[in-house]
Design a protein around this ligand. Sequence first.
Ligand code: CP
Ligand code: NVA
Length: 310
Amino acid sequence: APSIVQEDFLSLKDYSTDEIMDLLNLAIELKKPENKYLPLLKGKVLGMIFEKSSTRTRVSFEAGMLQLGGNAMFLSSQDTQIGRGETIPDTGRVLSGYLDGLMIRTFHQSVVQELADFSSIPVINGLTDDFHPCQVLADLMTVLEHFGTLKGKKMAYIGDGNNMANSLMIGAAKVGMDISVASPAAYAPTAKMVALAKDIAQYTGSKIEITESPEQAVAGSDVVYTDVWASMGQEQETIERLQHFQGFQVNEELVKHANEDYIFMHCLPAHREEEVTTAILEGPHSVIFQEAENRLHAQKAVLVALMGDK
Ligand code: CP
Ligand code: NVA
């Protein structure tokens, strides 16, 4: 078992480099076919609160819990009393009496924090407007599998400076990867998030760069990463965002600036011919389905670390 001292998994910023590497190594162990059904969480139940849609997060957490000998429960905010205004503190205290862990996907990071503050069981962030740590753990696992190392590798993130960019900056900084984020000026990561990543990078030697030039970001990169231009909750901004992100598409022209053996990554779901072309998504450098599968393995590691017998 990894030596994780954390009670929750709310953001990678709370985890040390060693804790993250422990989780990645455990994920790689759990991915081995002979370890697929190890009953490390026999009889334990995870509740999963969703205030936004999901395919990967929901199915990988649910399958992961079953493979570990436990169970998972899908709790749509629509169909629980949360949708009728029952507070997060009350919900957290009630559910702590039934469950062994809680995953939540919601809008504000403060809601995840509040749930963790009031729950006596581990809370896992399944995506907020600010962070997506489960995705980045799977992403780092994918980079590690592909290149055999993380330290010194360079990631280029092209697109919106929100949850994925924030978590990738923090994750990269923690493990000693360099990251260059290219966004239109109005969509750059906030100064607060950049400062947070740079603070971490001081200790690991990572380089964090923010630019408005996709070509500059991609130059010399080992990983080219992108995400949708309009995230969940921003659907009404789709048209204006399509305009503002012109020139930020990942396509054959842009990846000419990457290293020859670069990999293309995307958290998915993808909007083809918007943030990325089909040729790149389906091309020989794309690892998007390995990356998606790794959500399962990385999250099983988190579940075992937080909910397993200590
Ligand atoms: N990447 C990701 O979190 O996908 P879902 O929205 O389908 O869970
Ligand atoms: N930025 C996207 C990620 C989806 C996994 C969103 O928040 O909708």
